[in-house]
Structure formats: C-alpha cells, structure tokens
Design a protein around this ligand. Structure first.
Ligand code: GLY
Length: 353
C-alpha cells in the first residue's frame, strides 16, 4: 500500500500538476458529486494533466454513498478503459473521498487514488488516513477497506463554498484533534472565532489538525491501538447522530460529535480526572457555536443500545476512548451504565435541553 502524503497547498493547481507530471499512469479519471462538479471542478479543470480526463459524477449527499453509485463508478472506469495503471482523482467531501477511495481499492484489485477534499470535514478527517467505504444494509461505512490515497491535496480556498453548519461540522474534529494531542494544538482551536472566519488562519489550524491525524495513523494505520484516540467523542456522538435521524431531525456528523465530546469529556472528568476547568472551557465553546440537540430521558435506553451496537466495540462491552488531560489518551475504557447515562444528563443540563 502507498504511504499517505498530505500537502497543504499554497497553489493547488501547481501542486496537482507537479504530482501528475511525475507519475507514470495510462489514464486518469476524476470523480465528483453534483455539487463539487459545479462548485469545485472549475477551479482545477485547467490543470494541463487533467485535460481530456473523463469526469465521473455521482449524486451528492451521503444517501448516495451506496452500492448503486459505486457500481456506476466501476462501470464508468471499466467502460472508459481504466486499467491497473490508471489513476482516480477524488474531488469532493467525505462522501466522494470515501466512495472514490473504495472504488480505487477494489477496481482491478486496486488503482492509485488522489484526494482533493473540498469540505472541512474531509480535509481534517475523512480524506486523510485511508479509511474508505460505502454505506450498506442501512449501516454507515459497513463495507470498506483501509486504502490510503497516494496523495491528499488540501486547499482551504474550497472552504469558502461551505455554509456555517458545514464549517462547524468539520471544526468538531479539529476540537477533537486538539483535545487528544497537546496544548499547542488545543489552545488556538479554542481561541478561533468561527463567526469572523479568518480563512488564512483557519488554513494554519487545519495544517496542525491534519498533522495530528497523520501522526496517529502512521503509528497505527489499521486501528489496533492508538488510532482509537481518533474515536474520542464518537461513541456517544454516533448514538446522538443515529437518534437524530430516528427523530427526523438529522444532525450533521460533526454536530453530533461536538455533543459527544461534551458527554465524553464529562466521562473523562469522572473516570480519569480530566480537569474541570478544561471541561468547562470546551463546553462553553461548543455552546457558543453549536445548536443544542434536544432529547429527553425517555431516549436514554435507545442511546445506550445504540452505543452497545457501535462497531468499535469488542465483545459486549462499550469501548470508550477517554482523556486524563489534554493529550493524555486512555483507550478501551469500560464504564458502568449509570455513569454513561449521567453523561447524557450532563449534556442536557449544560445545554438546557
Ligand atoms: N475518523 C477516524 C479515523 O479515521 O480513524
């Protein structure tokens, strides 16, 4: 498998042309969704090496990250004459980089892929680290592979096309990266004012955030150990996300993760002595920017069951990643049901819902 290599671009077109000119391949294909075809493809279409490259376009939205869209990508690669020596450039958010990554992993047992993430969520998380896949049988990312792209080109100019909710969604993963790494990464993330949106400064924060993920993935690409640090906030967060879909008020992934971070920092405080003043700081930040997610105690059993069925668990126990301090990650923490439910109370009390 290829070594992952993330580039924070000053000039995306020059960086992309430089890479493509240096590679030996027979055909190149570009994957977009209907949104990124309109909003993002025009920014790269003049790159000399992309001239004449077929553009494969799938419907936008995670609902289309499915076997039908994947089959259509395979068919267009096959009918377009792709071989084992072809290249697939994935231009889009996490839906495109996940599904394009898996198309690359599976077509003729693997063709090289290049990711150009166009959302904050994809830039700091989905496009980096080699997790690829599709949703199947009603389950998110049920089918997939670890298949690192040859290169990831991050250009924060694309973030100008995003609305506030999508910025917030990706930013939750940056809060997580700060918490699991160091004060050096955490502090500027907590000081950033999302409402004034300084894109140049955000670019620097993205670079730091992505470096946290790259470093962890390099140590543990297949999530046998330390990569589980990246699951911080996601055990409760995924349960909130699933509940929100059941209630017909779907949360964006990162909004659910932000709520999950609040609950899991509370668990970290109770179980691992995570300092109260840092807990309060993060809760204050998340309350300032993220909309509250309303649920009541009648939802607790459902949330608990959703956590029990989380695919990150091993056996019957719910496996939490918690923190003893900023950067002090405690893996495979198992908690009593009452403690877990108390973290749901904590979220509701903190947000007044
Ligand atoms: N999104 C968490 C990971 O890539 O491991």
């Amino acid at each position: 498998m290829n070594e992952q290599n993330v580039v924070i671009c000053q000039d995306l077109n020059a960086d992309l042309q430089g890479l493509l000119a240096s590679l030996d391949y027979d055909k190149l294909f570009i994957l977009t969704d209907t949104n990124t075809l309109r909003e993002c493809y025009p920014r790269v279409k003049d790159v000399p090496a992309l001239q004449g490259a077929p553009v494969i376009t799938v419907e936008a939205n995670d609902l289309h990250k499915n076997i039908e869209s994947l089959a259509s990508i395979w068919a267009q690669l096959s009918n377009g004459g792709a071989t084992r020596h072809s290249l697939l450039v994935n231009l889009g958010g996490g839906m495109v980089t996940d599904m394009g990554g898996f198309a690359g992993a599976s077509f003729k047992r693997g063709i090289r892929t290049v990711n150009i993430p166009t959302t904050l969520m994809a830039s700091v998380d989905a496009a980096v680290g080699g997790k690829t896949g599709i949703n199947f049988n009603g389950l998110k990312n049920e089918i997939g592979a670890f298949y690192p792209p040859l290169r990831v080109f991050i250009d924060c100019e694309f973030l100008r096309t995003l609305d506030r909710d999508n910025i917030l969604s990706g930013y939750a993963e940056m809060i997580k990266h700060g918490l699991i790494s160091s004060m050096e990464v955490y502090t500027p993330v907590m000081l950033y004012d999302i409402d004034t949106m300084n894109y140049g400064y955000l670019n620097r924060l993205v670079a730091q955030s992505v470096a946290v993920k790259e470093d962890i993935v390099a140590q543990d690409p297949k999530e046998k150990g330390i990569r589980k640090a990246l699951n911080f906030g996601h055990t409760v967060g995924h349960a909130y996300e699933s509940l929100s879909f059941r209630k017909g008020r779907p949360l964006l992934h990162g909004h659910a993760v932000a709520a999950g971070i609040v609950s899991e920092l509370y668990l970290s405080h109770k179980h691992c002595d995570f300092p109260m003043e840092k807990l309060s700081q993060v809760v204050y930040y998340i309350k300032e920017y993220y909309p509250p997610f309303a649920f009541d105690c009648e939802d607790y059993e459902t949330l608990y069951e959703l956590m029990r069925h989380d695919k990150k668990n091993e056996g019957d126990a719910i496996n939490f990643t918690l923190l003893g301090q900023i950067g002090d990650v405690r893996l495979n923490q198992q908690l009593k049901k009452e403690e877990i439910l108390a973290s749901l109370d904590f979220y509701r009390e903190s947000f007044g819902v």
